[in-house]
Design a protein around this ligand. Structure first.
Ligand SMILES: CC(C)(COP(=O)(O)OP(=O)(O)OC[C@H]1O[C@@H](n2cnc3c(N)ncnc32)[C@H](O)[C@@H]1OP(=O)(O)O)[C@@H](O)C(=O)NCCC(=O)NCCS
Length: 176
């Protein structure tokens, strides 16, 4: 399977000057980490360090990390672990000025495809106060299934545990 994908992303009312953007999704490499870390720091109160990304990219055979490119610029990324047919989502972020344009949705779609269509279940944790992210995940089909008390630090906060499962009919129709 190629790791490149072309997709048109419609602009929202928040960015009416961007009638359409051509966003390319590809696998994250170590060379991307400068840009990725800048987005990470702009997005999270407890950002991942370079060492954390490197450990995933270099040492974890289950890690799948993708970046979204607009021309030559990285505008978002997603990462997770794919273990057989299950995905655990670890991180997802989009540059603030490109949010609301469908970039996260495309990253998620591509990450699920990276499982070669075999992903039947997915899970994630998200800060309880992160309404934007929870909305994105709900739009994608995740549902809240529980709470992990005090899961996050800086600031301390509960995590909402969310899960996604493929429809039974789709599962029955899988080619394997
Ligand atoms: C969460 C985040 C990744 C979303 O990225 P994005 O590119 O703006 O999301 P998208 O434009 O792809 O939105 C996907 C869907 O969620 C909806 N959505 C996005 N932001 C929303 C918001 N703030 N409120 C309500 N719904 C929202 C969109 O309407 C869209 O629905 P649609 O596909 O039916 O149009 C982005 O806000 C971000 O980087 N936040 C900071 C980092 C973060 O919190 N990451 C998640 C950690 S768990």
């Amino acid at each position: 399977m190629t790791d490149r994908e072309i997709g048109a992303v419609s602009a929202s009312n928040r960015a009416p000057h961007r009638a359409a953007m051509i966003v390319r999704i590809r696998t994250m490499t170590e060379a991307d980490l400068g840009d990725v870390l800048a987005i990470e720091r702009a997005s999270f109160s407890s950002p991942w360090t370079e060492a954390m990304f490197l450990a995933e990219l270099r040492e974890n055979p289950f890690a799948r990390f993708l970046v979204a490119m607009l021309d030559d610029a990285i505008i978002g990324y997603v990462g997770g672990w794919v273990i057989v047919d299950e995905l655990h989502l670890l991180t997802l972020a989009v540059l603030p000025e490109y949010r609301g344009l469908g970039v996260a949705r495309r990253l998620l779609e591509r990450l699920f495809k990276n499982g070669e269509g075999r992903i039947v279940k997915a899970s994630l944790e998200v800060r309880r106060s992160n309404r934007a992210a929870i909305a994105v995940y709900e739009r994608f089909g995740f549902r809240a299934v529980g709470v992990r008390r005090g899961y996050y630090a800086d600031p301390r906060e509960d995590a909402v545990l969310m899960e996604w499962a493929s429809a039974p009919t789709a599962r029955a129709g899988r080619p394997d």
